[in-house]
Design a protein around this ligand. Structure first.
Ligand code: HSE
Length: 402
């Protein structure tokens, strides 16, 4: 019998229990032995819950039970989750996590601790929810030098942007709906301000580069500055607006990481990723582009990835570990040097000033007394300098991903 404990009985934790119970015949057959949830750790009571009898409030009960070989950490945060994960690993219990904040901050250390204790620290669910992206990067794409990873990595913001574009829906109302559907973080700031995406792109950058990427250092802009005017202007010109996390790797092995809304041409596969779906667009030097697509948030999709890690840990123990990264910081390249075309929105009577500042650009539309304009390719620092000279002539600007 493979005895499992679940840390945190929230949306994902309860999903993990449900996947193990409902799919038990597959989960057990694939693990090579019967898988059973022995404990659920949570401070709260769940009167009447079908698994109430498994509830414990004290992590020591789990840590000191030698029958438990695998723990699922679905608590979130970097406080108790870090402490409990380390305690479990130090006891030789593998930990399977959906906690991107913890993986982004302490992943390298926790993988090292796991290695030292002959167990595994696995976290497929931390990036892209149910999409098997970490496994693909660390198994199927190992012959590649990955040069860029660009992803729609947050279901909540993609849901909001899609509904605003397709239904003309209101931002706040759509955010509320995403929260009701269990997509959004407890505090939606992490979603809408891009921090959740920053954690996920930093994990992808860690894997791509083999070194630690500080998620707090990722240049991050969320979607709160995107207005319905921008969405309409972009739509009329054949673009969708998507929040992208992008990691670029250069010849000298430096990496630039950023999170920002981008205009994406409707013909690009990332523009077709709608609602809560996520996609990760990976460029390798031999293979070219591949895209990995699926449900990036939600109870059962995310839980399915956690349970796949449980099966992996059960079958392969410590040898299952993803090709990790070390604790030395990656050589950071400046995002300001990166060149993009920019969409600029301005009042019609300021259009000539904008055109004069960006002579290689062109108008892409006119709407409600304002004009949309696309610049030539320009570095971030040059663009900012020109915009500061234009002052309030620029109502908004968004990069274009091509
Ligand atoms: N809040 C996250 C999202 C959950 O919306 O994608 C999955 O990490």
């Amino acid at each position: 019998m493979i005895q499992v404990a679940v840390f945190g009985y929230g949306t994902v934790g309860s999903g993990v229990v449900e996947v193990i119970e409902r799919n038990n015949s597959y989960v057990s057959a694939n693990s090579g032995d019967k898988v059973n949830v022995k404990y659920i750790l949570d401070l709260r009571e769940f009167p009447g819950d079908p698994y109430e009898s498994k509830l414990v409030h004290d992590v020591e009960t789990i840590i000191n039970d030698d029958e438990v070989s695998i723990c699922c950490e679905t608590m979130g945060g970097v406080g108790a989750a870090y402490k409990f994960t380390k305690m479990a690993l130090e006891k030789g219990k593998s930990v399977c996590s959906s906690n991107k904040e913890l993986v982004a901050k302490h992943g390298a250390e926790l993988m090292r601790v796991a290695k030292e204790h002959g167990c595994a620290y696995l976290f497929e669910a931390s990036v892209g929810g149910g999409i098997p992206i970490l496994r693909n990067l660390t198994t199927a794409l190992t012959a590649e030098r990955i040069t860029q990873i660009a992803g729609i990595l947050n279901g909540t913001t993609n849901f909001i942007l899609t509904r605003m574009e397709e239904d003309g829906a209101d931002f706040d109302e759509t955010l509320k709906k995403a929260q009701e559907l269990g997509y959004a973080e407890k505090d939606p700031t992490a979603d809408i301000e891009g921090h959740d995406t920053a954690r996920k792109i930093s994990i992808l950058s860690d894997i791509m580069s083999g070194h630690f990427t500080d998620s707090d250092a990722v240049r991050t802009t969320g979607i709160t500055g995107v207005t319905s005017k921008d969405i309409t202007m972009a739509k009329e010109a054949g673009y969708s607006i998507r929040l992208l996390g992008i990691a670029n790797r250069y010849d000298d092995d430096s990496v630039s990481t950023m999170v920002a809304p981008f205009l994406v041409k409707k013909s690009h596969p990332l523009a077709g990723v709608r609602d809560v779906f996520n996609a990760i667009y990976v460029t390798g030097n031999m293979l070219g582009e591949t895209m990995y697509y699926g449900k990036g948030a939600g109870k059962l999709a995310t839980a399915s990835a956690v349970v796949a890690d449980v099966i992996d840990a059960a079958r392969k123990g410590s040898s299952t570990m993803y090709q990790g990264w070390d604790e030395t910081p990656v050589k950071a390249a400046s995002v300001s040097d990166m060149k993009y075309k920019y969409y600029v929105r301005c009042l019609d009577d300021k259009f000539d000033d904008v055109q004069a500042a960006f002579p290689g650009g062109c108008r892409i539309g006119k709407f409600g007394g304002e004009s949309g304009f696309v610049t030539e390719e320009i570095s971030g620092s040059d663009f900012e300098e020109k915009c500061s000279k234009l002052g309030d002539a620029v109502a908004n600007s968004i990069r274009i991903y091509e």
